[in-house]
Ligand binder design. Structure first.
Ligand code: NI
Length: 158
């Protein structure tokens, strides 16, 4: 496993649309492992492949606690309902946070790391993370959806 460099806002690749994955390869397996390592190292909850410079429709999410780590290949949100308003951040926009309204529930269909079709329902933080990461695959960053100002994350004082 290896850490990958996280691209930050201003890097043009983050505005590009990612391409579908048609087959699992050793290279993509390696990418998935590296994305988890990069995610944990950065203390994040989700990462899209484009954020490490690879324009493939691949997302990893790990909310910790009760949820299993998720690998979502070619994810498609097929149902959404309700509404939640809350703070969002992004590893590609370090030190910033802003309020975004998202559906409170989504159902996503996707392929797992064995290229098997799966579906997953998520509410609250999981729904928010799925929407945020799927946006990355379309070249969208949450800052364009922020209501009000993008704010600085307050540093915790020791
Ligand atoms: Ni993000």
């Amino acid at each position: 496993m290896a850490l990958r460099t996280i691209r930050v806002m201003g890097d043009e690749i983050l505005t590009k649309k990612s391409k579908e994955i048609t087959e699992m390869t050793p290279k993509i397996k390696q990418l998935i492992d590296d994305m988890f390592e990069t995610l944990y190292n950065a203390d994040g909850v989700g990462l899209a492949a484009v954020q490490v410079g690879i324009l493939k429709r691949l997302i990893v999410i790990d909310l910790g606690e009760d949820e299993e780590p998720l690998v979502l290949i070619n994810p498609k949100i097929v149902e959404r309902s309700g509404e939640q308003k809350g703070n969002e951040g992004c590893l590609s926009v370090p030190g910033k946070t802003g309020v975004v309204t998202r559906p409170n529930y989504v159902k996503v269909v996707y392929l797992d790391e064995n290229m098997q079709p799966q579906e997953k329902e998520g509410t609250e933080l999981l729904a928010r993370a799925i929407c945020h990461e799927v946006d990355h695959l379309e070249g969208e960053i949450y800052v364009d959806k922020v209501e009000g100002d993008l704010m600085d994350v307050k540093q915790e004082e020791d």
